[in-house]
Each structure stands twice: as C-alpha cells, then as structure tokens.
Design a protein. Structure first.
Length: 341
C-alpha cells in the first residue's frame, strides 16, 4: 500500500486540488468548504486511505456525540429503547443524534453516512425491514467504528448485538395457542430478510413440530412489519377453503391490523378467530391482545453500556447478548372452551 504522503498526492492529483487543501480537509479544518471536504473524504475512502480513518477516529474521541438509527417512531418500541440509551449516555456526558429510517434501506444508509460525517464517536443501529446495508456496516467495522446493533440485527457481523430469543418466545406463543385448543394456526410473518422474522417463523414451525401438528404452507404468509400490511394477510387467509382458527402475527402492529380487519368483516376476536402478537404495545394492551413483552429500556441501557466500552477500548470482545422476555396472555387468545358461540 502507498505511504500516507503518496496517497495524499494521489487524492490531490485525482481531484485537481493542492496537497495542502487535501491535508486540511482530512484534518477537518474549518477553512475548507464542506463540499470540498466531502469530495476529499469520498476519494480517501475509495483509495482506502487508512491514516484518514485514524485521524477521524481521533476527532471522534473528542466530540461526545453518539448516533442512533432506528427504523420507525410510530410504535412505542424504539422510542423506549432510545430512552434507555439516553439514560446511560447522558450520565457520561454524551449527547445522541437520533435518526429514523422510515423502513427505507436507502434512508438508513444516508442516516448512517450523515452521522459518520458528523464525526459521532459510535453508532447504535436497528436495521430496516429489508436490511440491505451489510456492506456499509462491514466497512464501519473494518474501520474500527464502535457500533452496536439492537433488536433487528445482522447476525453475520462480528459486532455487539442486543436481542431477545425471538425463536424461543415465538415457540412459547404458539405453544400457548396450541394448549388453548387451536390447531389451525396461521402465521403472518415479517419481511423474509429480517432476523426477527426468520427467528419468529422458526419458533412457530418448532412449536407445530413439537406438538405433532402438520405444517400447512398455505397458513404462512410474509406480509411485512407495518400495520397497513395486515390487510393483505387477512384478505388472503379469509379466502382459503380451510380457514385458520388462530393467527400468530410477527409483531403487535400486524396483530392490531388483523383485529381491525377482522372486525370490518364482522368477525369477533377471539370468538371466531384468536389473534396473538409480539412486542407488546400500549394499543395492544387496550385491545386485550396477547403478546410478548420485551425489555425495551434494558435493551437500550445495555446497548449504550456496550457502545461506551467500545469507545473506551475498541478491542473489547464483541458478543450477542440475549435478554429475557415475558408472555402476556389476554382475551384475544381465550381457550376454545371459554370462547362461547
């Protein structure tokens, strides 16, 4: 690899700038126009200019800012995680820059790159439903950027990841439905590429296999994670020749959407069909929805502690931390014997 001086010369030559301008841009001088700085950093990254990364890390050590990127603010889930993060980092003198990706991979990428340009000292990320930015995170990890993933993670990365055992708790939810007497259990799954979707689908399949209930492919549909996607799931399930007697939804927004769609069709939950969710929401509680409660504040607090450890010493062992959850049983999954007709 070229020496730093040679690389600076290469950057200067390719951009038609002086070596002094490139050097000042790499050192974040206030004399440099932001667009010039952006071009220099982009070219430096393209040429894999390592001293630039080290310089940026030195700057990161001093600004006491961290970045948080989550998929949405519509549900209470991610704001509660953020409160847990802030509780820890604020006490240590850090401020958080918070972005939401609106479930868009391209916006997630822009958010992360913007935070990177803002010289944050580290990142806490929950990926979007289609999680297409693995190359971006691989680069950040290669550049020794402190980063922690929460809830929606990328298991193939060597990074701190804070999760619950989605497979185990999906199993427990479907087991609960089976023990309540339901045999025709449908699963409205999330986006196929999402880690939580895969794990919850696997938990559903595990439970059916454990209780010797045949897996019916027509009862499994990938609808997504946003409430408005529930309609396509109900439209599909309600035209099946053999209809389900219970629905296990990938999350509370889909479960709530299911209950509303079933009501529109004059069907009663749980008298006509049981519905179970996952991820516990205030609206779900009001609607008497059976769900899995996750320790959101604790997820945030642990993620923040792991990130601060990485900022202090990047060489700390990276691990996946699995937290416990809780099954909250409510009226949406009454045992068949108690439903009445």
């Amino acid at each position: 690899m070229s020496s730093p001086k040679t690389t600076i010369k290469e950057i200067a030559s390719s951009l038609g700038l002086s070596i002094a301008t490139v050097s000042r841009a790499l050192n974040d001088s206030c004399e440099i126009h932001p667009e010039t700085r952006r071009r220099v950093l982009a070219k430096a990254q393209e040429l894999r200019y390592k001293p630039n990364i080290q310089a940026r890390n030195l700057l990161k050590r001093r600004n006491n800012m961290i970045g948080i990127v989550v998929p949405e603010f519509i549900t209470f889930f991610f704001p509660e995680i953020i409160i847990g993060i802030q509780e820890v980092v604020n006490k240590q003198g850090y401020q958080a820059l918070i972005c939401q990706s609106n479930e868009s991979s391209s916006l997630e990428r822009k958010n992360v790159e913007m935070l990177e340009d803002s010289m944050v000292e580290g990142l806490i990320v929950s990926v979007t439903k289609d999680s297409q930015n693995i190359d971006l995170y691989e680069r950040l990890i290669q550049e020794r950027t402190p980063i922690v993933f929460v809830n929606r993670v990328l298991p193939q990365l060597q990074a701190d990841q804070i999760v619950i055992d989605d497979r185990k708790w999906a199993f427990k939810m479907v087991e609960h439905l089976i023990k309540c007497g339901y045999k025709q259990i449908a699963h409205l799954a999330g986006n196929p590429d999402l880690s939580v979707s895969k794990e919850r689908l696997q938990g559903y399949l595990d439970a059916l296999a454990t209780y010797n209930i045949p897996i019916q492919e027509q009862f499994i549909m990938h609808v997504g994670v946003q409430q408005d996607r529930a309609k396509s799931g109900i439209d599909y399930l309600m035209v099946l020749k053999e209809k389900p007697d219970a629905i296990f939804a990938v999350n509370d927004p889909i479960a709530i959407g299911c209950i509303l769609e079933l009501r529109k069709r004059g069907l009663n939950v749980p008298k006509d069909i049981a519905v179970a969710g996952f991820s516990e929401s205030p609206i779900g509680k009001i609607m008497e929805l059976t769900s899995v409660s996750q320790p959101t504040f604790e997820i945030g607090r642990i993620a923040a502690e792991r990130l601060l450890k990485q900022i202090e010493n990047y060489n700390t062992l990276k691990e996946t931390i699995v937290l416990d959850a809780k099954l909250n049983i409510r009226n949406s999954t009454l045992p068949q014997s108690k439903r009445g007709h």
